[in-house]
Design a protein around this ligand. Structure first.
Ligand code: ATP
Ligand code: MG
Length: 406
C-alpha cells in the first residue's frame, strides 16, 4: 500500500515540526507544513494530500475552520482538527465543516495515529457510499428512461396502428356492400387501400421490432461479403417500382464493387434515406445515391473525410481516420430541413415543423443512426430549405480481398 500523504497546517513552527516528526515516525509522508489558511489551500490544490491536519487557531485572515470549509468545497480531502481548547461556539462552527476528527493538544503519538486512521477509514466509507448512491441513482434513471421509452413505443404504436386498421375495417365493409353491385373499379380501389394500410402496419411493426432489439442490445452487426453495386442497383429498382410519384432515382457507383458489410443494416440505412428523399421532395425530382471509396488517411495530411458543415455528433471523429471508408451519399432536391432542427432529426419520433402535412412516425432516421453506429460508422446531414438535403454515411470499409476489392 502507498504511504499516506499528510499536510500539516499549524502556525506554531515548533509545534508543526514536532507533529511532522511524529507523523514520519508513524510511517506517514508529510507533504508540507504550512502556517496559514491561504498556503494550505495552495498546497492542497498542488499536492492533493490524503488528509489535512489543521490547527483551528491560525494567524492571518483565515482560521482553520474557514480553511477547512474552503477545502471541503473545492476538493475531496478529509480534515482532522488540532485544537488546544474548544469553546462551544468554535466547536459548532467546526462541526459545520464536516470534519473527520479532532485531536486535543497535547496529544500522544498513539492518539494521532488513531485519529488519522479513523478519519481515513470514514472518508473511504463515505466515498464508497457516495459511489454506490451514484450507481443506484444511475440505475434508477436508466430504468425510468427505459420504461418511459417503452410507454412511448406502446402509445405511439397503438396510435399509429389504429389509422391503417380503421382503413382496413372500412374497406372490408365497403367490399361487403359492393359485393352485390359488382363494381370492379371501386373494389380495386378499396383493395389498394387495404394493401397500403397493411403495408404501413407492417412497416411500423418492423420498425418497432428493430428499435426494441437495438435498445435491448440484441441487434448485432453480421458482416458478410456483398456485391455493393448489385445490391444498390436492386434496391433502387425495388424503390423505383413502388415510387408512384415518379422520381428519377440515379445511381452513381464507385469503382469499389465488393465489401464485407451487414446486408440487413445496409438495406435499412439506404432504403430509409432514399424513402425520405422521395417522400420529402416533389414528384419527378431527382434523388441520387452515390458510393465512394476512400483510402486510409495519412495523419499529417488533410482529413480524408469530414462533414462539410459541422460534425453533428460530438463522438464522430471524422478527421485523421486511418482506415479505408465506404462513403454513401443520398441527395435530393426536396423541401429541406430547417437549420435549427438538423441536430434533432435522429431523435426518436422527431418530425420537423415543415413536414407536418407529410405522414411519418419519426422513426426512420433513428433506425438509420442505430444501424450506422452498430457498424462503427458515422452519419451527417447538410440541408437547405427549398434546395435539398444531402445525407452522408461513412462506414469502415473492409475489402473482400486485396485482388477484388476495387
Ligand atoms: P418514418 O418513421 O416513417 O421514417 P419520418 O420520415 O417522419 O417517419 P424520419 O425518417 O426519422 O421520420 O425523419 C425525421 C424527420 O426528418 C422527418 O419527419 C422530416 O421532417 C426530416 N427529414 C428526414 N429526411 C428528410 C429529407 N430528405 N428532406 C427533408 N426532411 C427530411
Ligand atoms: Mg422516414
Amino acid at each position: 500500500m502507498n504511504a499516506i500523504k499528510i499536510l500539516v497546517v499549524e502556525d506554531e513552527v515548533i509545534v508543526a515540526e514536532d507533529i511532522a516528526g511524529r507523523l514520519k515516525k508513524l510511517g506517514y509522508i508529510v507533504t508540507a507544513t504550512v502556517v496559514s489558511g491561504e498556503e494550505a489551500l495552495e498546497k492542497v490544490a498542488e499536492e492533493r494530500p490524503d488528509l489535512v491536519l489543521m490547527d483551528i487557531v491560525l494567524k492571518g485572515n483565515m482560521d482553520g475552520i474557514t480553511t477547512a470549509e474552503q477545502i471541503r468545497t473545492k476538493v475531496d480531502v478529509p480534515t482532522v482538527f488540532l485544537t488546544a481548547y474548544a469553546d462551544e461556539k468554535t466547536l459548532q462552527r467546526a462541526k459545520l465543516t464536516n470534519p473527520f476528527g479532532y485531536i486535543i493538544k497535547p496529544f500522544q503519538q498513539h492518539d494521532l495515529r488513531v485519529a488519522i486512521e479513523i478519519a481515513l477509514h470514514r472518508h473511504e466509507i463515505e466515498a464508497k457510499m457516495r459511489e454506490s448512491l451514484k450507481a443506484s441513482e444511475a440505475t434508477r434513471e436508466w430504468v425510468e428512461e427505459k420504461s418511459y421509452r417503452q410507454n412511448q413505443y406502446i402509445s405511439m404504436a397503438a396510435h399509429e396502428l389504429r389509422n391503417p386498421l380503421n382503413a382496413i375495417l372500412i374497406s372490408a365493409e365497403l367490399l361487403q356492400l359492393d359485393r352485390d353491385r359488382s363494381n370492379d373499379e371501386a373494389q380495386v380501389r378499396t383493395l389498394r387501400l387495404v394493401n397500403s394500410a397493411t403495408k404501413k402496419m407492417n412497416q411500423l411493426i418492423d420498425d418497432m421490432l428493430f428499435m426494441g432489439r437495438a435498445e435491448s442490445g440484441k441487434l448485432k452487426s453480421h458482416p458478410l461479403p456483398i456485391n455493393l453495386v448489385e445490391f444498390c442497383q436492386d434496391l433502387l429498382d425495388q424503390l423505383q417500382l413502388g415510387n408512384e410519384a415518379k422520381h428519377k432515382l440515379k445511381f452513381i457507383p464507385s469503382d469499389v464493387t465488393s465489401a464485407i458489410l451487414d446486408q440487413q443494416l445496409l438495406h435499412c440505412i439506404i432504403s430509409n434515406l432514399i424513402v425520405n428523399a422521395i417522400k420529402y421532395s416533389p414528384s419527378g425530382g431527382q434523388v441520387s445515391l452515390e458510393l465512394q471509396y476512400s483510402q486510409a488517411g495519412d495523419g499529417d495530411k488533410e482529413p480524408i473525410f469530414c462533414f462539410s458543415r459541422e460534425c453533428l455528433f460530438p463522438n464522430t471523429q471524422c478527421t485523421n481516420i486511418n482506415y479505408p471508408l465506404l462513403i454513401i451519399r443520398i441527395q435530393d432536391e426536396g423541401i429541406g430541413i430547417p437549420e435549427t432542427e438538423v441536430g434533432k432529426i435522429f431523435e426518436m419520433f422527431y418530425r420537423c415543423k415543415n413536414t407536418e402535412k407529410i405522414k411519418g412516425n419519426g422513426l426512420g432516421l433513428t433506425i438509420v443512426k442505430k444501424a450506422v453506429d452498430l457498424q462503427g460508422g458515422a452519419i451527417g446531414c447538410e440541408s437547405k430549405i427549398g434546395v435539398g438535403t444531402n445525407f452522408t454515411v461513412v462506414l469502415p470499409y473492409v475489402a473482400l480481398s486485396s485482388k477484388n476489392h476495387r
